[in-house]
Design a protein around this ligand. Structure first.
Ligand code: TYC
Length: 102
């Protein structure tokens, strides 16, 4: 910066706002047909949960109808949903997995 103003030629730094990218909740929905063990397997395989954690979350979905199984960037969340939906479809289970902006 320069000129005949009052800053005596000193460059003035402006603050740049850094915005964090939005996060997405990945959710599993209950249904009457998908076997409990299959859901537990999905949680272990795609969400890195222990068997005990997986069983607990599966029961929450079974009892409450839905549960958040993880929070990720948009791209990772989309990948998880696709992996779960493809795996369920291949095994002919009606399991539903969705994502929602946090
Ligand atoms: N309700 C299913 C049953 O009784 C089990 C189940 C749990 C299905 C979680 C889907 O996301 C789910 N076999």
């Amino acid at each position: 910066d320069s000129g005949d103003e009052g800053d005596a030629g000193v460059a003035v730094q402006t603050r740049t706002r850094t915005k964090r990218p939005p996060l997405y909740k990945v959710m599993l929905l209950n249904d009457d047909y998908t076997p409990m063990e299959f859901v537990v397997h999905i949680l272990e395989r795609f969400f890195g949960m222990t068997h005990a954690e997986s069983f607990e979350i599966m029961l929450t979905v079974h009892k409450k109808g839905v549960a958040v199984v993880g929070v990720f960037s948009h791209e990772i969340a989309e990948t998880k949903v696709t992996q779960v939906m493809d795996f369920a479809r291949r095994h002919q289970h009606p399991l539903q997995c969705t994502m929602e902006k946090e």
